[in-house]
Design a protein around this ligand. Structure first.
Ligand code: LLP
Length: 415
């Protein structure tokens, strides 16, 4: 269930009709429901209430500070992958002691910033990164809390671009190497071994790959214990999928039950999870306006949002439901929904039964809350669109539409 529903033929986000927001901020825009964000966060978080855990929201999926702040108020932390995301999380008031830092390519500057900020844990992905962190920490006379990210070589059965847990993927350390690297880490003067981390991919629609990877990780944690290395935090990453179309992903309770069953083998460990999509995906939509329609060999509906605003269809061939904001009795037409970008790959839906549309109609691109705005760009010099947070009968612009002046901010012409 979500909070995007029709009342008298007009789609509302919670209590606010979408045309009202469009009139106030123009189109396109992203709209998020605070009630859905809250409910989804709590559904995941509370599924683990009976065990020690930290829910570190994957900031990359939706990084607006108003949304990070909302999760912070609900007790959430953040999973970050850059200095920029750390800045956002701290600006949003997230407790640094609930921030974990993942990613294969953290620069020395980023490591320094995170270390000074006092984050909970660095999920280190290579021996060279570990050595760099040791150096940075020594220079600051600080101790870096560390987990090594394990690559369990498990197939998450998702899109190849968002699969991370296979041996051929760039992420994590092979299990065979990890024990030796833990021993090195343990011996480093400014490194404190705290945990093990793992993230096998995104948009998973069964629990089996999660179970396979947690079992591998737990067997590894037990092995470390026999080497005298104690693990306090087990970070199992994110990845739980959502329904975009026909998918039937596991419910939070089922996912939690599977993880908790395995975790019973390592009492005393605190679980960290890094959910992104499952919390925000169906809590946000992109609203766009029909500019033109044309027909020839094919039907095209041309709207004012493009691949720069929502990259997922172009990048992954991803499916997003398309709905008329105001329902009509004009029926449907099989068409491509395309944007203004000068690329044939610029589409939001292909050969889809879409509402017969006219210039000026509003369309809602559903399930766009995750990796929607956060992956948007200025390609074709298009200002990024506003983000709006709806709470009951009120709405708040949590990011203004960019201006043309924003587009050239920081640019200069040499004499
Ligand atoms: N933790 C780590 C280390 C990650 O790399 C990711 C996502 C997550 C957590 C959160 O995963 P989630 O719960 O959202 O599945 N742009 C793609 C998704 C990329 C995911 C990258 N990593 C998309 O639009 O489908």
């Amino acid at each position: 269930m979500n909070h995007f529903e029709y009342r008298e033929q007009t789609m509302h986000c919670e209590g606010v009709p979408l045309p009202l927001i469009a009139a106030a901020v123009g189109t396109p825009f992203y709209a998020y429901s605070a009630a859905t964000l809250t409910r989804h966060f709590q559904a995941i978080d509370q599924a683990f209430n009976d065990i020690p855990h930290v829910t570190c929201f994957a900031a990359k999926s939706c990084s607006n500070i108003a949304i990070l702040n909302l999760f912070g108020h609900l007790g959430g932390g953040a999973d970050i992958v850059s200095g920029g995301e750390l800045f956002r999380a701290l600006s949003a008031g997230i407790d640094p002691k609930k921030i974990v830092y993942s990613g294969v390519g953290k620069s020395p500057e980023e490591l320094r910033y995170a270390l000074k900020s006092g984050i909970l844990m660095f999920n280190v992905e290579s021996l060279q990164e570990l050595a760099t962190l040791q150096q940075v920490a020594a220079a600051l006379d600080l101790v870096a809390p560390v987990a090594l990210r394990i690559n369990p070589d498990v197939d998450p059965k998702t899109h190849a671009y968002i699969s991370t847990g296979l041996a051929k993927n760039k992420f994590g350390l092979p299990l065979e190497q990890a024990a030796a690297i833990y021993a090195e880490a343990q011996a480093m003067s400014h490194i404190e071994v705290m945990g093990v981390s793992c993230h096998i991919g995104s948009q998973l629609t069964t629990v089996a790959p999660f179970v396979e990877s947690i079992n591998k990780v737990i067997a590894f944690v037990k092995r470390l214990a026999t080497d005298g290395i104690t693990i306090k935090y087990l970070d199992m990453g994110g990845g739980l999928g959502i329904c975009y179309d026909q998918e039937e992903p596991p419910l939070p309770a089922e996912y939690a039950a599977a993880l908790k069953k395995a975790l019973a083998g390592v009492p005393g460990c605190t679980l960290i999870i890094e959910p992104g999509r499952v919390i925000v995906g169906n809590a946000g939509i992109l609203v766009t306006k029909v500019l033109y329609t044309k027909s020839g060999a094919k039907q095209f509906i041309i709207v004012d949002a493009g691949m720069n605003d929502l990259a997922r269809p172009s990048l992954y061939g991803a499916y997003h439901g398309i709905q008329a904001v105001v329902q009509s009795d004009r029926g449907e037409v099989v068409a491509d929904l395309v944007g203004p970008i000068c690329e044939t790959g610029d589409f939001l839906a292909k050969e889809r039964a879409l509402p017969v549309s006219e210039t000026g109609d509003l369309l809602a691109v559903m399930s766009a809350g995750a990796y929607g705005f956060s992956m948007s760009s200025n390609y074709n010099s298009r200002p990024r669109v506003p983000e709006v947070l709806v709470r009951g009968d009120e709405f708040f612009v949590i990011r203004k539409r960019e201006t043309f002046a924003d587009l050239i901010h920081g640019e200069s012409i040499p004499e």
